[in-house]
Write a protein that binds this ligand. Structure first.
Ligand SMILES: NC(=O)C1=CN([C@@H]2O[C@H](COP(=O)(O)OP(=O)(O)OC[C@H]3O[C@@H](n4cnc5c(N)ncnc54)[C@H](OP(=O)(O)O)[C@@H]3O)[C@@H](O)[C@H]2O)[C@@H](O)CC1
Ligand SMILES: [K+]
Length: 525
């Protein structure tokens, strides 16, 4: 996703509800009637339902806006295909406006008020209560109805977004939202489909075409210049190979081990395993040379370091600095197993002053916590020192130490983007929905991490993968995205019983699958 490539119309682009509204307006301006978009949307949802469930009794719950309008279209199509349809409306029929009012007129069946509970005989609930226009928490009859839907056994198809989920953030406004089995959304996914808890409440997500032309994607986000091109910095994507495949540093025949980069991992004096995992991952992902630098006294701890990694000891700061001096050492990773101590603050500042690619993780982040001690440096000292390409890879706890004011409130996407802007670094906030954000606003959400990745040392491996890719010249943002995706994919391929040591070992099999010779440019699951 470099600035020179155009990813505006990527199928992995995510649109906020506001951007989707602009896409809708642009499509209508280009000559497609709003009633037609709504007809296409409802027909596509009905089709998705009919391809998954046999005809039965459907309860279509419609809200007061256009999400409800889609519900009227769905009801009409299901009824025409032999379903027994009960349509319930939250609100007054006369209060419907615009396209929703028009489609409500096309519905020949009864309209009843929204019940508080779902009747037992219902085979499927269609949730057309609220989509992009959800503005506040669910309450009253709607809240009781949603509780009954979630407590019941009938499968649920949500229209656009499970009602209660904010499409921009994936958060359940007020803590209550529909739990769906299938969510059918239009044109492109929204962040709420991939961020937690939204992703889990969506069930399967199907994206359907409703006739919005792809060219509208070029004018949706951020500030346009006179030529009409939009700053790609504002775009958000779901992580996929297609976003970074072209920049992936596959070894070439003209290559030389120095062209393949040199990653340096600085290890600590207690937890030797962490930095060993980082170094092994850097080597496995293709770093031509990998050096593990540790204090002379802790060398014995590192005795079982793989032979392909150069293990070197340093006597004192001057010795360490001189070992970092060679500019061919193209990426430096600090933090895993380093130990939260004063010397680490100074070491991080020194490493940053070299302006090589720097990946800071674990203790190299925690050591800058403001309240650690009166004498210690603070996050702002760290951010001031970041002038070259740098990636910070916090988990939620480390994020809170570095960005206390952001951690307390705000959704994961916005707070990661804000953290990248404040720090001047690429910030990769780990989790089942890892968000990677650049200071210019670009953001990618990773969705392939299985729960088995929550295991000791997995983060150390990720750090090594990012450093190892960036050492080979891959742009750092792409390197972070590629590493997060590969990390998830290796864990998925491995399955249950995963330990962190399996991750570097499992990389070759996944790399073979995505190698250009395999002909794969992207993966949709
Ligand atoms: N964009 C497109 O291209 C296309 C969009 N389409 C469809 O349109 C949907 C968006 O429609 P939308 O903008 O009318 O919003 P929607 O979700 O129906 O809700 C708005 C209404 O709900 C109300 N309300 C909100 N929260 C509430 C609460 N907690 N409790 C009670 N009320 C609440 C709110 O009231 P207000 O805040 O105004 O008082 C307003 O009346 C989108 O999701 C998709 O399904 C398709 O037809 C195809 C093309
Ligand atoms: K909905």
């Amino acid at each position: 996703m470099s600035h020179t490539q155009d990813f505006h119309d990527s199928e992995f682009r995510l649109l906020t509800p506001a951007e989707m509204g602009r896409a809708d307006t642009a499509a209508i301006a280009s000559g497609i009637a709003g009633t037609v978009l709504m007809e296409n949307a409802g027909a596509a949802v009905a089709q998705a339902i009919m391809s998954r469930w046999p005809p039965g009794r459907a309860l279509v719950a419609c809200g007061p806006g256009n999400n409800g309008g889609d519900g009227f279209v769905i009801a009409r199509h299901l009824a025409a295909s032999g379903w027994q349809v009960d349509l319930a409306l939250a609100g007054e029929r006369q209060a419907l406006r615009g396209d929703a009012a028009w489609h409500a007129q096309q519905w020949q069946g009864d309209v009843s008020p929204l019940p508080e509970t779902v009747p037992e005989s219902v085979d499927l609930v269609v949730d057309a209560l609220f989509g992009a226009g959800l503005a506040r928490p669910l309450e009253g009859v709607v809240a009781r109805f949603v509780e009954s839907v979630n407590a019941g056994t009938a499968p649920v198809c949500a229209v656009d977004m499970p009602s209660g989920i904010d499409g921009a953030t994936g958060q359940a406004l007020g803590g209550l939202a529909v739990r769906a089995d299938l969510t059918v959304t239009f044109f492109r996914k929204k962040p709420g489909h991939v961020l937690l808890p939204g992703r889990l409440l969506c069930g399967e997500v199907a994206v359907v075409d409703i006739g919005i032309p792809a060219h509208v994607l070029h004018g949706l986000s951020g500030a346009s210049d006179e030529a009409g091109s939009v700053d790609p910095g504002n775009l958000v994507f779901e992580n996929d190979i297609s976003l970074w495949h072209d920049g992936y540093p596959w070894p070439s025949m003209e290559g030389h081990k120095y062209h393949r980069g040199h990653t340096v991992v600085i290890g600590g004096a207690v937890m030797a395993g962490a930095a060993r995992l980082t170094a092994t991952a850097a080597a496995r992902i293709g770093s031509g040379l990998t050096t593990l630098l540790v204090s002379q006294g802790s060398l014995p701890l590192y005795a079982s370091t793989p032979a392909s990694i150069m293990l070197q000891g340093w006597q004192d700061d001057a010795g360490l600095h001189s070992q970092l001096r060679d500019p061919r050492k193209s990426a430096i990773a600090v933090g895993p197993g380093a130990g939260v101590q004063r010397w680490l603050e100074q070491l991080v500042l020194h490493v940053l002053s070299l302006r090589r690619v720097t990946v800071l993780d674990a203790d190299a982040l925690s050591v800058f916590e403001k309240t650690r001690s009166a004498a210690s440096l603070s996050p702002s000292d760290l951010f001031r020192a970041i002038e070259g390409p740098c990636v910070l890879t916090p988990h939620e706890g480390e994020f809170a130490r570095l960005f206390p004011s952001l951690a307390a409130n705000g959704d994961k996407l916005s707070k990661t983007r804000q953290a990248a802007r404040e720090s001047g670094a690429i910030v990769l906030l780990k989790g089942a929905d890892t968000v990677i954000a650049a200071p210019d606003g670009r953001a990618v959400i990773n969705t392939n991490a299985p729960p088995t990745l929550a295991t000791g040392g997995a983060g150390d491996v990720l750090t090594g993968m990012i450093a190892g890719l960036a050492a080979q010249g891959m742009p750092v943002f792409e390197a972070a995205c590629a590493a997060a995706w590969l990390h998830g994919e290796v864990a998925r391929a491995f399955g249950p019983g995963l330990i962190a040591d399996d991750l570097p070992a499992g990389l070759p099999a996944v790399l073979r699958l995505i190698h250009p010779a395999s002909g794969r440019q992207g993966m949709r699951r």
